[in-house]
Design a protein around this ligand. Structure first.
Ligand code: ATP
Ligand code: MG
Ligand code: FE
Length: 337
């Protein structure tokens, strides 16, 4: 089967063709980062307008690069949520018109299920497994008992990891999105600014990053009042060490306590080199198989949406033609029946 998948939940317009849930026939990603950089973050109205401008061309390109025609497609998949409502709507309108004119089934996909199932495009998944989701808007530990069955056992109580990266980067005067810059600076540093770790209650799998972000801002401001500028690389390293300690230890404890067979990394922050290295080391010590997607499948892309859509395709669980955008769609509710 050939699933044409659309992703427009935030600031990437992406369309992919996935064969049998596994083979990426094409995965076209058009990022709007250059447009939003001037504003220091994503401007929702601008994102919607950019999606409208490019979606048709990107659909054509994805089908062409797949070496197929529209008549070869088996289903149309689209990110239904979570995300920016105006941005989601553009993908949904395009997907619904394609599905109805081609007479194909429509599949609504949860964006975070997509991030998790990006791993299925490059690895063999073994259940039960545990996914550490670290993205711009989410930081979650997700227990996946069987294909497409999600249970969230830990989540952030305030900022998401990527959000904290971007805010710290901004305080350091780095361009948007700041995650990759903080990652690079942290790697260059030879010492780290001491910063707190938010472990929360001993048994909790939840996260909190806003206190850490405030500690960074307070340290920068205190130094500035004394006329001193803290070295950005040491701040980046201190911040990154704190984030990595908490993410890694909670993920490993969760794998053990849920009896999971694999640990999957997912989401934009999965591109973080420090995080990948740390998890590789700790998982090797603990004897836990670690699955990490290639960099191109970590940040938003439609191939991952096609991979997650396959779960519903196999079970014939299609969306109604009036499928709506759900800016705060629940991952657990999206689980396969
Ligand atoms: P969500 O998936 O939660 O809806 P999103 O789609 O906006 O949010 P993603 O595209 O998954 O987020 O990830 C983008 C985030 O990843 C940004 O916050 C960005 O700074 C962060 N990021 C990307 N590369 C790195 C890196 N190397 N280190 C740290 N953060 C990174
Ligand atoms: Mg993005
Ligand atoms: Fe995302």
């Amino acid at each position: 089967c050939y699933i044409l998948a659309l992703e427009t939940s935030c600031d990437e317009t992406s369309v992919a063709v996935i064969e049998d849930g596994k083979v990426i026939r094409s995965n076209v990603v058009s990022s709007q980062i250059e447009t939003h950089k001037a504003f220091g973050g994503v401007v929702p109205e601008v994102a919607s307008r950019k999606h409208v401008e490019s979606i048709t061309l990107i659909i054509e390109q994805a089908v062409r690069e797949a070496g197929l025609g529209l008549g070869d497609l088996s289903a149309i998949a689209v990110t239904q949520g979570p995300g920016l409502v105006g941005a989601l709507l553009i993908g949904l309108v395009a997907a619904k018109s394609l599905a109805s004119t081609l007479g194909l089934p429509l599949i609504g996909v949860h964006h975070i299920a997509g991030h998790i199932y990006a791993n299925a495009l490059v690895h063999e998944l073994e259940y039960p497994l545990l996914a550490l989701v670290v993205s711009g808007g989410h930081t979650e530990l997700v227990h996946v008992e069987a294909p497409g069955r999600f249970r969230i056992i830990g989540r952030t109580r305030d900022d998401a990891a990527g959000e904290a990266y971007d805010k710290v980067a901004r305080a350091l005067g780095l361009p948007y999105p700041g995650g990759p810059h903080v990652d690079r600076l942290a790697a260059e540093a030879d010492s780290a600014l001491p910063l707190p770790r938010a472990w929360l209650e001993p048994e909790s799998y939840d996260f909190s990053f806003s206190g850490l972000k405030s500690a960074v801002l307070a340290a920068l401001n205190t130094a500035r009042m004394k006329g001193v500028e803290l070295p950005a690389d040491q701040v980046a390293r201190g911040f990154q060490e704190s984030v990595l300690d908490v993410l890694t230890e909670k993920a490993i404890r969760a794998v053990r306590e849920t009896g999971s067979r694999q640990l999957l990394l997912a989401g934009g922050v999965a591109a973080n080199r420090g995080l990948r290295t740390r998890l590789e080391e700790r998982c090797a010590e603990a004897g836990i198989p670690l699955l990490v997607p290639p960099l191109s499948l970590c940040t938003d892309n439609a191939a991952m949406i096609g991979a997650a859509a396959f779960l519903k395709w196999e079970r014939g669980q299609f969306a109604p033609p009036y499928l709506k955008a759900e800016p705060s769609l629940s991952l657990e509710d999206w689980s396969v029946q």
